[in-house]
Write a protein that binds this ligand. Sequence first.
Ligand code: ADP
Length: 163
Amino acid sequence: MNRNFSAAYPGSFDPPTNGHLDIIIRASNLFSKIIVAVTDNINKRHTFTLQERIDLLRESVANLKNVEVLPFSGLLADYLEKINSFVVIRGLRALSDFEYEFQMALMNRKLNKKIETIFLTPDQSYTFLSSSMVKEISMLGGSTKSFVPKCVELELKKRFGNR
Ligand code: ADP
């Protein structure tokens, strides 16, 4: 039933991790098209530029034919109208994600009744993974090899000069 529908997966992806990728793969198996919408939020200080985050994601999902990576700014509800897609995919790792995600899902629906948020849970091995954790490990000289796609690992190495 979902197969003729597209869905958007918004996030900052600063940088993309294997947890994000796990969610993208699951979503791409459920919907005919997934738009990974990379936020350019001026209130957030990102480590990687919008273009870098887009390039890293595009390289990471190159083998997934129904996934497109696009930039987005402003209100998600407005962006969804623009792309005519009203399903939002979000990842739920643990209870700690729940309150914020729940609030955002209800707010988006308040802004536009057509919006439905679908939460997907990643493989158990990614439930502890976050972009900020990965950056911290990298800055402290640790290896990020098992946490991020190869291109992200190389970029982190370039930036922070770790193992
Ligand atoms: P945001 O700044 O919008 O939270 P993120 O890039 O941190 O953007 O995350 C985008 C989405 O991916 C969020 O729904 C977040 O909960 C989810 N996510 C992040 N890391 C993981 C992970 N390891 N496993 C599953 N979902 C994740």
